[in-house]
Design a protein around this ligand. Sequence first.
Ligand code: 13P
Length: 260
Amino acid sequence: MTKSGRRPLMAGNWKMNLNWREAHLLVQQLAARLNEQQLTDVEVVVLPPFVDLRSVQAAVEEGKLKIGYGSQDISQHAKGAYTGEIAGSMLTALGCTYAVMGHSERRQYHSESDEIVNAKVQAALASGLTPIMCVGEGLDIREAGNHVEYTVAQLDGGLKGLTAEQVEKVVVAYEPVWAIGTGKTATPEDAQEVIGALRKRLAELYPGGTADKVRILYGGSVKGSNAAGIMAKPDIDGALVGGAALDAEDFSKIVCFSEN
Ligand code: 13P
């Protein structure tokens, strides 16, 4: 454990990549590169497409792997006539422990508002899943200097109505949109500025130690070569990794950031 007892979390968001066979193989390749100690020091999670979850579950169970998995989205509804949606209870039945909501790609292409993100956080918690709630500003907002207030407002909206006990279970991921898939990583200082402000806001909203328990990740062009610098910052508890998570070697280097 580091940073006030918060265990580092490295989560690989595979986005819309890999079929079920490729997913099975990647989990095995990743596990082969990590030893018991590394998987104890750092929590490792993969977030495959829905249709790969069953084969990821099989790989994890067959190998008794200490790798968690979850979904990239979740329905805000529990069940019923919502064509194309996936409910939290379906995810827990597959052994998922995490669900992402509010990723910038879903905010942008699927009109996911803070209200919807909030409903999805509540749906995940109601199903016993740990929400990974994403926030982050676009380039225009960053250039106007409004990135802190913008992301803090997303945090407020996404957590609306939650108790302190519920918020302690939430993982927040700060992903500046301009750094996603562009190779432009925010500097560790840029990431710390916003993540520190998010933690400060949590302390204001939930006095009494909640803010110290919530894990806040950085995402956006994280690689084996830059993970250690990002993780050196006091409020950054892990990474939400896109492209590099599709490569077992690079993702395992991120997991082992403390050895670099
Ligand atoms: P990249 O690591 O490919 O920039 O993607 C980040 C991301 O969006 C993870 O959710």
